[in-house]
Design a protein around this ligand. Structure first.
Ligand SMILES: [Zn+2]
Length: 236
């Protein structure tokens, strides 16, 4: 395949075929640079691979609030983007603003060797452009749950694609999580990216996922990457 020497958002990539994950690094120099970071994501997470525990004070503190999100389809998934970025978290004394919420089906990270139907990524960025991602795994259930409201909001905003909600809806009550350093899971797959993946698998309305997946790729998960000698921490 011809290498395209451009750095922009126009390079097409996908999850299968000759633009699939195993070829991403060949599609342009920008992707090649990202893929050169050795510790890629996603990885399999399990309590036996944890190298140590960290106290919750050393981890992340969420300061999420209700705000307006725009729903946009690009790069093989649906994104909820908050134009005003009021929600943020603090990690190591640094503020990271919530810039994007999107999902992968099935999950990209596995927990104790189990792949779940869907994984949401809460993407954050600090003032110098560094990303930090929080991963939330879900199983799908039928009937009312805390996401039914979000489903209604999306249904009622088919014209404007704008609605207001509190992104805390994606956070489990029990906040114990795995923490490691990896990469973005979509091109340019750059690192280092601090990752936080909740141990609690939550439940999501199956109807909401059907609504979000309408007309989308059936699957959009990057395969598991080599863990190398990485330190993986657990925060109780
Ligand atoms: Zn993602």
């Amino acid at each position: 395949m011809k290498k395209r020497n451009i750095r922009n958002m126009d390079v097409e990539w996908s999850y299968s075929g000759e633009r699939g994950p195993e070829h991403w690094h060949t599609l342009c120099d920008w992707f090649a640079q990202g893929a050169a970071f050795p510790d890629q994501s996603p990885i399999s997470l399990s309590s036996i691979s944890v190298c140590g525990e960290k106290a919750i004070e050393e981890s992340i503190a969420f300061h999420y609030e209700q705000e307006v999100f725009s729903e946009k389809e690009f790069k093989n998934t649906i994104h909820f983007v908050p134009p005003n970025t009021q929600s943020y978290l603090i990690f190591q004394g640094v503020e990271y603003r919530l810039t994007d919420i999107h999902f992968h089906t099935p999950s990209e990270h596995t927990l104790e060797d189990i792949q779940y139907p869907i994984e949401f990524h809460l993407v954050h960025m600090n003032d110098v452009g560094q990303n930090l991602v929080v991963g939330c795994l879900f199983e799908l259930v039928e009937g009312e749950n805390k996401f039914s409201l979000l489903k209604e909001l999306i249904e009622f905003s088919q014209r404007t694609h704008e609605f207001s909600f509190d992104p805390s809806i994606f956070l489990p009550e029990q906040r114990s999580h795995f923490h490691y350093v990896g990469s973005l899971t979509t091109p340019p797959t750059k690192g280092p990216i601090p990752w936080f993946v909740f141990q609690t698998v939550q439940q999501m309305d199956w109807g909401l996922v059907c609504l979000l997946k309408k007309g989308m790729l059936e699957y959009n998960n990057r395969p598991l990457q080599n863990k190398n000698q990485r330190d993986i921490y657990f925060v109780e």
